[in-house]
Design a binder for this molecule. Structure first.
Ligand SMILES: NC(=O)CC[C@H](N)C(=O)O
Length: 371
């Protein structure tokens, strides 16, 4: 049966208005508009907590055709503020499918819009940069929508998506504390697949509390928002550095950089997709990576730090990975857990395990001594 549909409008901060059909929920929703270039993976994208507060536009023109299932979620539910597609498929066809896109969004109170020119929206974001936007099925006048769009964005995104309490995912012999800044479940899955006993702690857990678990390693997760808004986390990371091996991904990478004295800055439109080529400068190998970020580490700020550049984006030369010269700390800007995306970078979890084991057995060698 056809889902209920309303006319929906997408209004961008710069005044552009796109009219289409709504699917999913009705109402009005504000956020930062971004685009993702993945051809598939919409379920993982919807449920990646790093998208909290954002309206996501998919550049691939047909979304929803393989439906949704309970296995491919990256957290408890969707976190996007809105979903923009050229065409959505109302009748999915896949043996694992249990729901359709519009039903899923509706159940979760998320507004979708289809029938809009996603290519034009993407080009606007590429030239003008990430903007604020509103998706609405209401009659609110455009001037009023634009006025509301000029209100400041919320700054406590991590608090909205981190776990409320500590929990444990029992596994093997390596005890890893994972700081949850809005962690994708693929991160925990990657650790559990490698004989780890994972203790997931809320973002505001102190370094002392973390160390009281006597972890063999600490994982710093991905997460939403501007890393500079999470001063408490930067402080925690700086206290942990040198006490325990640390691996950071995405927001975790940015926090390590900030804790080491480097700077981060907002990108014009970020990297969101599943085919970003990244070179590991230590091996010369290029991996195709899964990415979702709007901030980056400023390469010019690395000079006065103890961090060495380990990975570089082959499209635009941006910083994709760092390694500490003297401490057991390394990080990447992208998603080695690859949900969605290719698992070329799975080896980074193996590198983390090696670092954890070597450190535990007193045979870990600092990067500065290796290079
Ligand atoms: N996936 C992430 O961890 C994103 C990090 C940060 N919120 C950014 O947009 O750059």
């Amino acid at each position: 049966m056809a889902e209920e549909q309303w006319t929906a409008r997408l209004v961008l901060e710069d005044g552009h208005v796109f009219e289409g059909q709504s699917f999913g929920s009705a109402g009005e929703s504000y956020g930062e508009i971004v685009f993702n270039t993945g051809m598939t993976g919409y379920q993982e994208i919807l449920t990646d907590p790093s998208y909290y507060g954002q309206i996501v536009t998919m550049t691939y023109p047909l979304i929803g055709n393989y439906g949704l299932n309970v296995d491919d979620v990256e957290s408890r539910g969707p976190h996007v503020r809105g979903f923009v597609v050229r065409e959505f498929s109302e009748v999915p066809s896949h043996f694992r499918s249990m729901d359709n896109l519009s039903g899923y969004l509706k159940k979760n109170g998320i507004i979708g819009i289809s029938g809009v020119d996603t290519r034009k929206i993407t080009k606007l974001i590429r030239t003008e940069g990430t903007m604020r936007a509103v998706l609405t099925t209401l009659d609110t006048p455009k001037e009023e929508l634009l006025r509301r769009l000029s209100e400041p964005l919320q700054k406590d995104q991590i608090d909205q998506v981190t776990t409320q309490s500590t929990y444990r995912c029992p596994g093997g012999d390596r005890r890893i504390v994972a700081m949850d800044f809005g962690m994708k479940s693929g991160v925990v899955r990657s650790l559990l697949a490698r004989d780890c006993d994972v203790i997931v702690v809320p973002a505001r857990t102190t370094a002392e509390e973390i160390l009281s678990w006597n972890p063999h390693g600490v994982m710093l997760s991905n997460g939403p928002g501007d890393p500079q808004d999470a001063q408490y986390a930067i402080e925690t990371v700086s206290k942990l550095m040198g006490k325990v091996p640390i691996f950071g991904i995405c927001l975790g990478h940015q926090l390590i950089a900030l804790a080491s004295g480097a700077q981060t800055k907002k990108m014009r439109f970020g990297h969101r997709g599943v085919n970003h080529p990244v070179k590991d400068l230590r091996t010369g190998k290029i991996a195709i990576t899964s990415q979702n970020h709007g901030y980056m580490v400023d390469p010019d700020s690395l000079g006065d730090t103890d961090l060495a550049l380990s990975h570089v984006n082959q499209n635009d030369g941006t910083v994709e990975g760092l390694v500490h010269r003297y401490l057991p700390v390394f990080c990447v800007q992208y998603h080695p857990e690859a949900r969605p995306g290719p698992d070329d970078s799975d080896y980074l979890f193996d590198d983390f395990m090696k670092m954890v084991d070597d450190y535990r057995q007193g045979r870990w060698i600092p990067y500065a001594e290796k290079s």
